[in-house]
Design a protein around this ligand. Structure first.
Ligand SMILES: CC(C)(COP(=O)(O)OP(=O)(O)OC[C@H]1O[C@@H](n2cnc3c(N)ncnc32)[C@H](O)[C@@H]1OP(=O)(O)O)[C@@H](O)C(=O)NCCC(=O)NCCS
Length: 145
C-alpha cells in the first residue's frame, strides 16, 4: 500500500538518492533543504512498507500552483506511485489555486506521457530553459471546481 506523508529531515538522504538516480542534472541538496525549511507542507514522500520510494515538491507563486520536482525510484515505477503523489499535491493545492504548471524536458518522454495522462496540456515550448541548453515544455492543468 502506498502511503503519502510530509517529508522529514531523516528522509533527506533517501530523497537525494532517488533524485540522483532519476535525473542527469539533479537538484543540489540545498534545494531540498530550502523546501524542507520553507515549504515543508508541500514536500511529500511516498512510502511502501515504511520505505521511501518517491517524492514531490509543489509550491505556489502568483496564485499558480507549481510542481517543482517529482521522482519515483526507478525500481518502483509504473505502479501508480507518481500518480498518487500528484493527486495528493493537487488536493493540497485545490482550495488555493485554479491552475497548476510545470516544466519538463522535451526529451523526457516518460514524464510527458505521465503528465498528459494526468490531464496536463502542453502550452508552449521554452527555448533553452535548462542550463545545458535543452528546451522545456510548459505544461498546465486547470483545476475543476
Ligand atoms: C514521471 C514519473 C514520476 C512517473 O512515476 P510513476 O510512478 O512511474 O508513474 P505512474 O505509475 O503513476 O503512471 C501513471 C500513468 O502515467 C503514464 N506513464 C507513466 N510512466 C510512463 C512511461 N514511462 N511511458 C508511458 N506512459 C507512462 C501511464 O499512463 C501510467 O499509467 P499505466 O501505468 O496504468 O499505464 C517517473 O517516471 C520518474 O520518476 N521519472 C524520472 C523523474 C522525472 O522525469 N520526473 C518528472 C520531471 S518533470
Amino acid at each position: 500500500m502506498i502511503n503519502v506523508r510530509r517529508c522529514k529531515w531523516e528522509d533527506l538522504n533517501r530523497v537525494l538518492e532517488i533524485e540522483r538516480t532519476s535525473f542527469n542534472q539533479p537538484y543540489d541538496r540545498n534545494v531540498f533543504i530550502y523546501y524542507l525549511m520553507n515549504e515543508s507542507e508541500r514536500f511529500l514522500v511516498a512510502e511502501v512498507n515504511n520505505f521511501v520510494v518517491g517524492y514531490i515538491i509543489s509550491s505556489i507563486l502568483n496564485n499558480v500552483g507549481l510542481i517543482i520536482s517529482l521522482a519515483v525510484d526507478n525500481k518502483w515505477r509504473r505502479k501508480g506511485i507518481g500518480k498518487k503523489l500528484l493527486e495528493v499535491a493537487f488536493q493540497q493545492l485545490s482550495n488555493k489555486v485554479k491552475r497548476v504548471e510545470l516544466q519538463v524536458r522535451v526529451s523526457n518522454e516518460s514524464a510527458l506521457r505521465f503528465y498528459l495522462n494526468f490531464g496536463f496540456k502542453i502550452e508552449k515550448r521554452i527555448k533553452e530553459y535548462y542550463p545545458d541548453g535543452e528546451d522545456a515544455y510548459l505544461m498546465a492543468k486547470d483545476l475543476d471546481f
